[in-house]
Design a protein around this ligand. Structure first.
Ligand code: BG6
Ligand code: BG6
Ligand code: GLC
Ligand code: GLC
Length: 923
């Protein structure tokens, strides 16, 4: 009797062992899984096999892991794991590098997961709405990173169409559609708030980024949770589905689909097939169904049913609970293996068990989870070896960022996973780091990086628009409507070293009015001596009558000549006049329109040489010969050209902004002749006056424009130049204070006063060491009592405004440089840009930012940026010297001879400025 029982028990044991043996994998099995996974990874990457590969290898458009420079405040959604979360993530860079997050978990009811797409996305937006209310952030349009943990075919960082639902989701009308668009539409439907959806991210990618923020060696992301998946940094040259060979991109493997082409049928058991058949996506995600949290409990249940049916368990009774799909959650698996609580849990599930039963159940759980961990390990071994081979290395250290409830809660999963990787990829030293913060942090980091990419894309676009405007301005047909006036200057070459003489230079229109004496002598080598004096230009004069303005200029000039003791000489004068002028020759220059701070009446449309001559004559106490009028950009280019013969661009980033450059005469429709070059004063400050920049102008830009002397004009200038930067910052501060985000909502009358926050303050506040102290001082002088956080925020706002300025100037300068490059037809452009202006000179970060962005926008160039140390007057003197020489040799007329002279109708010359601008094409 006893033997019979013992024999029966032994037979039962054998049966159980046999059953479980089918789920136990040998080293050979695992090696094969690794090899097959490798084959599928390669097939997924290659164009010819991609469509049939079971591992889809989806490009993520994430090109790099975080480097600590990311910053900003972002919203993140995390959909597709156990929990749906909405988060706000604040990232700081630099020495204060840190990430702060707040999140709220929301339920997604089953009927919504499996209802219509519209219902699902409406629900998501409803949760976002609740979250924004809860955080009091409904009115701030934040950038959003969307962790969407399903396979998406991406064509950009913010574009991803759902390949197919996996895990527990099955909402209709989503597969094949762009999830970002669906989210945008749902936000529009709700019509309650707005968000910029900047990035859509798989949870593996988010996890990799989260962990890489702490550990730069992290280049793989693994999820072992509800689903199972991996991403890693692949070489671009291997990703045939995306153009380009340089650098790396993160690939979302979607390894859960491994085996869909039957390549692992040898290790799949009938339990796996049962689970598959009972799932929402029969035949799909076969690897995931053997390895992830959503299915392990189901596999266990199938085995238990089988054992029970064969009388090996639960006394052969298949009870209702046992028949219930999903009853065996993976967390029970973890608990059963972790604690000695099998019976209690079985009881909780309504399964009445004996002591033997609980031993068997525990064994089943152990087998199933062990197999899952080993399979993941084998897959991971394939990945790390691939990365190692990509890099041609014998040995490699690498970190895997991991997340997911299975990995986190199961007592043995992580150990078995690691052991398997070690055994199957001995040449790799793989460290696994648990993601403590979920993938939302990573999604925010990606959003931060993506925003930078968006910036670059936008700048590229603006550069293109500006280049088009350059072309329009040069061409006689399109010039009348072009905003960028492209004014010929009649300056045909940069200084050649032969210039000499004794000249007076006037420099009017920048932050200071200067008069200078410039002596260019030619003893052994060319030397320049300069003496200068600054004169006041009071507001009542620059806003008064033109006659008064020019009388003032003549008076200052008389004073200067007297001080120099040259009142009896008739010196040649070069006049830097920093406003848009239509020139017909070097010394005939009609003001088209005032810009910046100037608004003297009766000058627009007039020749300023005539006006100044008249004022001098009226005095009668000295005589002067105004030989040349130059724009400050031209003066600057010539000043720098004196030191560097390669200089062919001049730019000003000061009170105003503008650029000139040497254009081929054959492209300048407005001047006759095809040989050689002429300097063109672009007057780029007016870029955007036709609405071309409306997409990037903000409410603050519009407010500045409304309050300016020339509304609707110089819109580009008003976004970037020194006259406006401080005011832009002030307007933002006021708005933020009013909304209670700054200064505890307090605003002083000083802060409300136009012009109280100057551009030089922006420069001080952005200084790296003392910037925050400066912020406190400057705000203190405006009667404010800023907290330390306020100061940081103000500094940040300054940075945003000045950075935008540098970026925009980089885009327009990029337009000029790319045009120069095409004009020359060389594959690489070597050139020098002469620069002047207080914003560029005084701002601690400006120059570096500008140079960096220009290099990014025009990569095939070597650009030297040369600061004009001696203002524009030296250059103006050079131009005067040439004019003088030509005049001196009785050839003065030749300056005009090559030019086409256009008539300027009287009514235009003396009409309103506006008419002249519309007629601005008359040259
Ligand atoms: C979370 C991540 O921590 O883990 C999610 O934030 C991810 O993005 C999830 O999907 C995966 O684990 P589980 O077990 O919740 O599916
Ligand atoms: C000066 C030049 O150095 O810079 C001027 O001599 C020019 O001609 C000026 O107008 C521009 O800068 P800002 O900051 O004075 O407007
Ligand atoms: C499923 C999804 C995949 C996700 C994984 C983990 O496999 O298809 O995109 O990464 O689950 O959540
Ligand atoms: C304004 C003027 C322009 C000048 C620039 C820089 O944009 O219109 O002529 O060059 O300011 O001073």
């Amino acid at each position: 009797m006893v033997t019979a029982v013992a024999q029966r028990l032994a037979a039962q044991r054998r049966e159980i062992n046999d059953t479980l043996a089918r789920l136990s994998l040998s080293s050979e099995n695992l090696q094969q899984v690794k090899d097959k996974m490798r084959v599928e990874l390669e097939r997924g990457l290659r164009k010819d096999s991609h469509s049939t590969a079971s591992v889809k290898m989806l490009p993520s458009f994430v090109y790099r892991t975080p480097n600590g420079t990311e910053r900003g405040k972002y919203l993140a959604l995390d959909l597709g794991g156990t929990n749906f979360r909405v988060l706000v993530v604040k990232i700081r860079s630099g020495i204060r590098k840190s990430v702060r997050m707040y999140n709220k978990i929301y339920a997604i009811p089953l009927e919504i997961m499996q209802g219509t797409g519209e219902e699902l996305f409406d629900h998501i937006v409803q949760c976002i709405s609740d979250f924004l209310d809860y955080m009091g952030m409904k009115n701030t349009r934040l950038p959003l990173g969307f962790t969407f943990s399903f396979p998406c075919r991406q064509t950009g960082i913010d574009k991803g169409s759902l390949v197919s639902w996996t895990k527990g989701f099955k909402a209709t009308d989503c597969e094949g559609n762009d999830v970002v668009e669906m989210l945008r539409e749902a936000i529009k439907r709700r019509n309650e708030f707005d968000l910029d959806i900047v990035a859509v991210v798989n949870d593996t990618v988010g996890t990799m980024m989260t962990c890489a923020y702490e550990d730069p060696k992290c280049e793989i992301g693994l999820i072992a949770g509800t689903g199972s998946n991996v991403c890693y940094m692949e070489e671009m040259r291997n990703i045939e589905m995306v153009e380009g060979d340089e650098g790396q991109m993160c690939v979302n493997t979607e390894w859960g689909g491994f085996g869909e082409n039957d390549c692992i049928e040898d290790i799949r058991t009938r339990f796996d097939r049962e689970v598959d058949e009972g799932s929402l996506n029969n035949g799909k995600q076969r690897f995931e169904k053997m390895t992830s949290g959503m299915y392990l409990g189901e596999i266990v249940r199938q085995i238990l049913i089988d054992l029970t049916r064969r009388g090996l368990l639960f006394r052969g009774h298949i009870t209702e609970p046992l028949k219930t799909r999903g009853i065996f959650e993976t967390k029970f698996l973890s608990q059963i293996e972790r604690y000695r609580v099998v019976r209690a849990i079985l009881q909780q599930l309504g399964l009445d068990s004996t002591c033997d039963d609980s031993i068997i159940v525990k064994e089943v759980c152990g087998t199933v989870s062990r197999r899952a961990a080993q399979l993941c390990g084998a897959g991971m071994a394939a990945i790390v070896d691939k990365i190692r081979e990509n890099r041609g290395r014998n040995q490699m250290n690498i970190t895997v960022g991991v997340d997911g409830t299975l990995y986190k809660l199961h007592p043995h999963f992580s150990r078995i996973l690691k052991d398997t990787v070690k055994a199957l990829a001995p040449q790799c030293d793989v460290e696994f780091v648990l993601s403590e913060d979920g993938s939302g942090k990573g999604a925010a980091l990606i959003t931060a990086v993506a925003q930078k990419q968006v910036t670059l894309r936008t700048l590229m676009d603006i550069m293109k628009r500006f280049r088009r405007e350059l072309g329009n301005g040069l061409c006689s047909d399109t010039n009348p409507t072009a905003t960028v006036k492209m004014l010929p200057t009649f300056v045909r070459s940069i200084p050649d070293g032969s210039e000499k003489g004794d000249f007076i230079a006037l420099d009017l229109g920048g932050s200071a009015f200067r008069i200078l004496r410039v002596k260019v002598s030619h003893e052994k080598k060319q030397t320049v001596q300069m003496e200068s004096q600054i004169y006041d230009t009071p507001e009542d004069i620059i806003h008064g009558s033109g006659t008064r303005l020019f009388d003032h200029v003549a008076e200052c000039l008389g004073d200067f000549m007297e001080k120099q003791n040259i009142k009896d000489k008739k010196l040649s004068v070069g006049f830097t006049f920093s406003f848009p002028c239509a020139q017909t020759k070097l010394n005939e220059s009609y003001l088209l329109t005032w810009t910046k701070r100037f608004k003297a009446s009766g000058v627009e449309g007039m020749d300023i040489v005539t006006l100044l001559n008249k004022a001098i004559k009226k005095r009668g106490d000295y005589d002067a010969d105004i030989m040349a009028v130059v724009n400050d950009t031209v003066g600057t280019m010539m000043t720098c050209g004196f030191d560097d013969q390669r200089c062919e661009v001049g730019i000003i980033i000061g009170t105003g902004t503008n650029a000139c450059y040497m254009e081929e005469l054959r492209h300048i429709d407005l001047v006759e002749g095809d040989e050689g070059r002429m300097c063109i004063n672009t007057e780029w400050g007016a870029f955007g006056d036709d609405g071309m920049l409306e997409d990037i102008r903000t409410e603050f830009d519009r407010e500045i424009d409304r309050g300016s002397l020339n509304p609707g004009k110089q819109l580009f200038e008003k976004m970037v130049s020194g006259m406006y930067i401080g005011e832009l910052v002030r307007l933002i501060l006021v708005k933020m204070a009013k909304e209670g985000f700054l200064f505890e909502g307090r605003i002083t009358p000083e802060l409300l006063t136009k012009g109280k926050f100057e551009t030089k303050h922006v420069s001080s506040i952005e200084k790296s060491k003392e910037g925050l102290t400066k912020a406190k001082d400057i705000l203190g002088r405006l009667g404010m009592e800023p907290s330390a956080d306020d100061c940081i925020a103000v500094q940040h706002i300054c940075t945003i405004v000045s950075h935008r300025s540098a970026n925009l100037i980089a885009a327009t300068l990029g337009g000029i440089l790319s045009r120069l490059k095409d004009n020359k037809g060389n594959p690489r452009l070597r050139t020098t840009v002469g620069i002047d202006g207080s914003l560029y000179k005084m701002h601690p970060q400006y120059a570096r930012r500008l140079h960096k962005t220009v290099r990014r926008l025009v990569p095939e160039s070597d650009v030297r940026f040369l600061l004009s140390e001696s203002g524009s007057s030296k250059g103006a003197a050079m131009v005067t010297a040439v004019a003088y020489r030509l005049a001196d040799h009785g050839k003065r007329r030749t300056v005009e001879m090559h030019n086409k002279i256009y008539a300027i109708p009287m009514e235009v010359m003396q009409g309103t400025g506006e008419e002249v601008s519309t007629f601005g094409s008359f040259l």
